[in-house]
Design a protein around this ligand. Structure first.
Ligand SMILES: Cc1ncc(COP(=O)(O)O)c(C=O)c1O
Length: 401
């Protein structure tokens, strides 16, 4: 460039003027509170009962299968919507467990965890201004997911102690603009397992208002006290209007693998695959091979998952009860919602900060599961997908609140 034409050099702006580079989309949500609590827990060496990942080993046979797949050179991109043997294994598992047929060629998309599955599904089916119904309290990702799609959230309350909803409130949430309802059962954070009657009511409204059910069934095998999981897709009229999202993360204790999948009718899958392709190209190829081994584990594996978690649930319920918490007993998933009203703290966030600093146990403030933080101010969530000794250590510390 000629030295006579000087381009003014603008110094890089610092906060807050750097807001120029912050999209409106991202400024509407904050960092994940759960991950923030995990960071604080590490800083303060607290027992981490905040983020829902196991601190025990994943099943040996799955780990060996993953190692073998890498040694066998499954190291390049798999087909973008998923390696064929893995899609076949997913189809076979749904047939076996729920008697439902999914065509691996046209109805299954493997993606990077249920997290990608949910956002890919929403991006694929919503337009800006569409409404999406979400039961509240909700798994925190659904809020940003809707925002990233420019969709409007319509919240319907699940109320303790049983986390039931008011059918009239749900009906009022449905409008001609409703594109989808997100349904997470077994539910994080409440542990609720939706009953057949509730699912039938939701299914009826989906059909009346021509709405999709986008389901997050990641805790399908973590069930207590005889509860059973019923995919809404199996109900009459729902097969074609359900987008079923699931993942290996929780069932096989491999949250770091980032392998999930979405099952939906061919027209929906077509759109979902397009979004998925440009978001991530595909999930880790060797881990999809190991997924085939995982999905073919015998029934006894799944029985043990529920039984083991039930023991951990009962242990943590006992510790929490002894320490003065009023707990809502979960029927599924691996979290306990506890009421902290008796402790006299200003709110859930100050209580959790105290827990992390003082006895040294991390949990998640209840408000992070509600759009209105006042709504969750007397609740906190503990997770119990931890070794017995981790839970015992937490129990000992909690006595010192
Ligand atoms: C309800 C729910 N959905 C999705 C996820 C994340 O799933 P994945 O690890 O498959 O992305 C979690 C993790 O805690 C969850 O609780």
């Amino acid at each position: 460039m000629s030295s006579s034409v000087k381009t003014p050099v603008r110094p890089l702006e610092t906060e807050p003027r750097r807001a120029r580079f912050r999209s409106h989309r991202t400024s509407e949500f904050t960092e994940s509170v759960i991950r923030e609590m995990t960071r604080l827990a590490i800083e303060h060496k607290a027992v981490n009962l905040a983020q829902g990942f196991p601190d025990f080993a994943a099943p040996e046979e799955i780990k060996r299968a993953a190692q073998q797949a890498i040694a066998d050179d499954f190291n390049q991109y798999a087909i973008t919507w998923g390696a064929k043997p893995f899609r076949d294994a997913i189809a076979a598992k749904y047939k076996k467990w729920y008697g439902i047929d999914y065509d691996p060629e046209r109805e299954i998309t493997v993606c990077c965890g249920a997290t990608e599955g949910m956002i890919a599904a929403l991006l694929a089916v919503t337009n800006p201004g569409d409404e999406v119904i979400i039961f509240e309290p909700y798994y925190e990702n659904y809020g940003p997911d809707a925002l990233l799609c420019d969709a409007q959230r319509k919240l319907v309350r699940l109320r303790p102690p049983d986390w039931t909803f008011d059918p009239e409130e749900l009906r009022r949430a449905f409008t001609p603009k409703t594109k989808a309802i997100i349904l997470n059962s077994p539910n994080n954070p409440t542990g609720k397992v939706f009953t057949r009657a509730e699912l039938e009511l939701i299914a009826g409204l989906c059909q009346e208002f021509d709405t999709l059910a986008i389901t997050d069934e990641i805790y399908e095998h973590i069930l207590y006290d005889g509860a059973s999981h019923l995919p809404i897709a199996t109900l009459a009229g729902m097969r074609e209007r359900t987008v079923l999202v699931n993942s290996m993360s929780k069932t096989y204790s491999v949250t770091g693998w980032r392998v999930g999948f979405v099952l939906a009718a061919p027209d929906l899958t077509d759109s979902i695959r397009k979004v998925h392709d440009f978001l991530t190209v595909g999930a880790a190829a060797p881990l999809q091979q190991a997924g085939v081994v995982a999905l073919n584990l015998p029934d006894s594996y799944y029985e043990k998952v529920s039984l083991e978690y039930q023991k951990r649930r009962d242990l943590l319920l006992e510790y929490l009860g002894q320490s003065g918490f009023r707990c809502y007993r979960p029927s599924g998933a691996y979290y306990i919602m506890a009421d902290i009203g008796g402790f006299g703290f200003a709110d859930d966030v100050s209580f959790v900060r105290h827990l992390i600093n003082n006895p040294g146990v991390a949990a998640v403030p209840g408000s992070s599961f509600y759009s209105d933080s006042n709504a969750g101010a007397t609740l906190i969530r503990f997770c119990f997908c931890k070794k017995y000794e981790t839970l015992e250590e937490a129990g000992n510390r909690l006595r010192r609140i």
